[in-house]
Design a protein around this ligand. Structure first.
Ligand code: PHE
Length: 468
């Protein structure tokens, strides 16, 4: 009997690089270093590492094993195990839908900056108004977003082996070399400012690595843990169905424990190196107060730092933005792949047709997000107190609200309904060793549900109401 060959990753390297490609994204570069700088340097690093090895490990294992065992995408994976709990799959599917609307917009911004540096105009990017006037302009952000989306859709259109895997195998090693290169360069920097103070890259490194316990209180410590936790979700691309989809493409011979550990280390390693790359550079030229959060770190502060570097700055600028472009592309590919994979299963349409349909959907929604900075501009106060536009609202709903909720529900489902053994069996397929099974079972049953419930309440603003 002839069986139809299911397309998937050729082996464990392809899988690890594609999953790492999803995990390593703008979050590693614009968010991690900023949080580390703000949250006590080495203290944040230590907390983050502990969370990766406990929560990160548990959630990543759950997603990937769910995908491989069922061979399905989030939409159907949960309902194929238990009809009543199928709603978690539908909820999970919502996350990539929401993230897709804005991720390509940010990808377009990165592409714009890469183009500016490649064409030797890096100094103009260092001007105060450059970023704002770019994102509020009517046409340019849409054009760059479109180019970014076409490349993403093309990779997805080509399929898993020919597209996603091959692309990740080229891009991810390149990205790693670039991060290491700039990190080393950053450590060699030294600058004397107008007042005659000299700051060096190595001093900057110590700001990053040495734990700062000054003024540390319990509530501050909890704040750091919460920051690290939400960063971890976003960074590992867990609880959004992406790793379920990628898991469904993994062959049974692949040792999942090993691959999962490699993905965790790749993602955490790049985030750590991004800190070595960015914190000393900012420290040397502007002092640590110049460390901004979010997009303005990447698009406003760093171009200023590059321009202070003189000639070398333009070259570093090119390498830096090309590197982020790689990181953003592989992440966006994973989001679109998840949407396409889910929809082909739901509607029974071919991958190629679905890639085009999802491509068009993504263009339309991304255009609306781009317009959020001009035609549809408004300011909205989010439950966490910050104000945001369309893009920030999408980001808030998907990352701060849905992700803890989904992790909470998934951990109840796995820990108490189907029981951890269901996952452990998959991890031990083909006599593979799953040495951390006790840790896994404990985390998924007790720790994850408790902490996710707290995170969820916090994101809705309810926690503050409850504890006054
Ligand atoms: N994990 C990616 C990052 O760190 C972001 C991402 C989110 C990727 C959602 C895919 C899906 O930036």
């Amino acid at each position: 009997m002839e069986t139809k060959k299911k397309s998937g990753f050729t082996g464990s390297i392809g899988f690890v690089l594609a999953a790492a490609g999803s995990a390593v994204g703008v979050g590693n570069i614009w968010r991690f270093p900023y949080l580390a700088a703000r949250d006590g340097g080495g203290l944040f690093l230590l907390i983050y590492l502990i969370l990766v090895l406990t929560f990160g490990f548990t959630l990543l294992t759950t997603d990937i094993a769910l995908g491989r065992k069922t061979g399905k995408n989030a939409w159907q994976a949960f309902s194929s195990i238990n009809e009543k709990w199928g709603f978690i799959g539908k909820l999970t599917f919502l996350v990539p839908v929401l993230i897709m609307t804005y991720y390509s917009v940010i990808g377009g911004w990165v592409l714009k900056y890469a183009t500016v540096y490649v064409t030797g105009k890096g100094n103009s990017a260092a001007e105060d108004t450059f970023f704002t006037s770019f994102i509020t302009s009517k046409v340019s952000p849409i054009v760059f977003m479109l180019i970014f989306l076409v490349v993403t859709a093309f990779v997805v259109y080509k399929g898993i082996e020919e597209g996603v895997e091959r692309f990740s195998k080229i891009v991810m090693p390149g990205l790693l070399i670039m991060v290491v290169g700039i990190a080393i360069y950053s450590l060699t920097l030294s600058y004397t400012d107008a007042e005659g103070t000299t700051r060096t890259g190595l001093q900057g490194l110590s700001v990053y690595l040495i734990p700062d316990f000054e003024g540390l209180t319990f509530s501050k410590l909890m704040g750091i843990v919460l920051d690290a936790m939400s960063q971890l979700f976003f960074s590992l691309s867990v609880s959004m169905g992406i790793m379920i989809t990628y898991g469904s493409y993994v062959k049974k011979e692949v040792n999942l424990s090993k691959s999962i550990a490699q993905i965790e280390w790749f993602d955490t390693g790049v985030a750590f190196l991004a800190g070595i790359m960015i914190i000393p550079a900012i420290y040397v030229f502007t002092g640590i107060d110049g460390m901004a959060s979010g997009p303005s770190l990447m698009f406003v502060s760093l171009p200023k730092v590059f321009s202070s570097m003189g000639m070398a700055g333009n070259i570093i600028g090119i390498v830096f933005f090309v590197m982020i472009l790689f990181a953003a592309l592989t992440s966006c590919v994973s989001i679109m792949e998840t949407l396409v994979a889910n929809c082909t299963q739901i509607f029974n349409i071919s991958r190629k047709k679905m890639s085009i349909i999802i491509g068009v959907f993504s263009v339309v929604t991304a255009m609306i997000i781009c317009k959020g900075y001009n035609v549809f501009y408004f300011e909205y106060e989010l439950p966490n107190g910050s104000t945001g536009q369309l893009l920030d609202i999408m980001d808030y709903i998907s990352n701060s609200f849905l992700m803890p909720l989904i992790s909470f529900l998934t951990s109840i489902f796995v820990g108490w309904i189907i029981k951890p053994k269901w996952i452990i069996e998959e991890m031990e397929t083909g006599n593979a060793k799953f040495t951390k099974k006790k840790l896994y079972a404990f985390m998924i049953r007790y720790v994850v549900p408790l902490i996710m419930a707290i995170l969820f309440l916090q994101s809705t603003g309810l926690l503050n109401k409850i504890i006054g």
